[in-house]
Design a protein around this ligand. Structure first.
Ligand code: AHG
Ligand code: MN
Ligand code: MN
Length: 278
């Protein structure tokens, strides 16, 4: 596992350099979920593939930008599922974006997720690494990641990050979100889940939601490399997660590598309020 974490540190520095200077244009390809790939999505994916090629404990790579799983080492016990560049369409407006990694042991199923890591490319380069509990690291001037602090969610937060096309929301979801704003919650939503979830986690709590909508009845966010890594981190920070009905996002049955799900991540108060409103 240490080798995987060190590899992700190297990857983060390389992607962060590319983000500063590389070409922002689109390719003429769409990925498995139908998004037109940016040159930076492909570049980031290539950096990750190349770095993991030297890590013999990794058997399979599953990427947002690859149609199929890629076998790299027959005898490796880990599967690394990743979103090479989350929020990539926001690089042109110079917003913070990220990379997300879920590390599964032996088989791609929720209960086999053993570590979750994400990187935030903002004014600073930060990484959150979670095996037992989430820990924040930041790149220093000398080029190494320094431990900053342990991350914990409070019982109740103040932020409400709410995604999806609002005209496609259910009446029930609309009423729930309005209820939080009526209680005094503040809107925070950039359109990069890494940055939005990082903000809520660092500010101590709140809710991030990406519900089912009429145009995306199974939600938008991908289970293996977006949803479960963050569910792992939020639950281990003392928060809760749900697909809107379940007691945890870990109850989901993972059948396809690019499967999506509605998802809610938050402190205890907001998720319990959602489940009690049913
Ligand atoms: P990606 O750039 O990897 O495709 O992910 C974008 C995702 C996620 O980061 C974000 O929360 C969501 O898309 C935003 O979607 P909406 O614009 O529909 O809210
Ligand atoms: Mn993403
Ligand atoms: Mn992406």
């Amino acid at each position: 596992m240490q080798e995987i974490i060190k590899t992700i540190e190297k990857i983060a520095v390389k992607i962060s350099d590319e983000l500063k200077y590389a070409d922002l244009g689109y390719t003429d390809h769409a990925n498995a979920t139908g998004d037109t790939q940016l040159k930076l999505d492909v570049k980031s994916d290539n950096i990750i593939t190349k770095e993991f090629d030297g890590v013999s404990s990794v058997r399979l790579l599953i990427s947002e930008e690859k149609e199929e799983a890629l076998k790299i080492h027959d005898s490796g016990k880990y599967i690394v599922a990743y979103d090479p560049l989350d929020g990539s369409s926001l690089v042109d407006v110079n917003f913070a974006v990220g990379s997300i990694f879920g590390i599964y042991e032996n088989e791609l199923k929720p209960s086999n997720l053993v570590a979750a890591i994400y990187c935030v490319y903002g004014p600073r380069l930060e990484m959150v690494v979670c095996t037992e509990t989430p820990k924040l690291y930041r790149l220093d001037r000398e080029g190494s990641f320094k431990f900053i602090k342990d991350l914990n969610l409070k019982e109740k937060g103040k932020l409400n990050a709410t995604g999806g096309t609002q005209k496609g929301w259910s009446d029930e979801h609309r009423a729930f979100i309005k209820g939080l704003f009526d209680e005094g919650y503040r809107l925070r939503y950039s359109g990069a889940m890494v940055s939005d979830l990082h903000q809520i986690l660092l500010k101590g709590g709140g809710l991030f939601s990406y519900p089912a909508t009429s145009d995306a009845p199974h939600g938008k966010l991908r289970v293996s490399f977006e949803v479960l890594p963050f569910a792992f981190i939020y639950e281990r920070a003392g928060g809760l997660t749900t697909d809107g009905n379940s007691k945890s996002l870990f109850e989901i049955k993972l059948e396809k590598i690019h499967q999506t799900t509605p998802c809610f991540f938050g402190s205890k108060y907001e998720i319990n309020k959602l489940l009690e409103s049913k």
